[in-house]
Ligand binder design. Sequence first.
Ligand SMILES: [Zn+2]
Length: 186
Amino acid sequence: MFYTQLYDWNFLNNFDDEQYKVLAQTQLNVENNDFEVNVSEIIEKFHIKMEEEPMDGTSGKTVKGVIKINKNENPRRKRFSMAHELGHVILQSPSKDETFYRFMDSKNYETLEKKIDEREANEFAADLLMPKKLVEYAINYISKNNDNELDDKELVNEIKDLMNVSYTSMGYRLKNLGFIGDFNVL
Ligand SMILES: [Zn+2]
């Protein structure tokens, strides 16, 4: 299945013609139960440079259009950071001199404008890694392969592994999409 078939029109509207073409020509093998959006492949095909390096107190940043990811974090956190930084590049086109940081503590963002940029990048990352349609395919797959009804926590756990994201981001996503009731980080 091509990525353009997984995302809704509203999300696809964020991309320019070249990027749209990439998404229309890049496949995710949902038919064979691959539910993990390949964010580094997308970044590479967009010709956006990405590097990993050790960082302190920051998960990622975008410097002059180059995405930098904290080398020391776990793979799922890195995936979310990649998607988040890609969000900055796509949504706010941090050109030439502006640097975005992904702080671990949101208190570090001084201005309201920065906070809004961060929120937008997080929403973009959730939309990119966990599009509603893909979540639905994954839930269908899980229910086909489980004889017993799963409770919310079990569902979050199963689907986070299929989509290779953290428990927390999957939990919030399923809640926001209305697939589970209340979600609290444990
Ligand atoms: Zn950010």
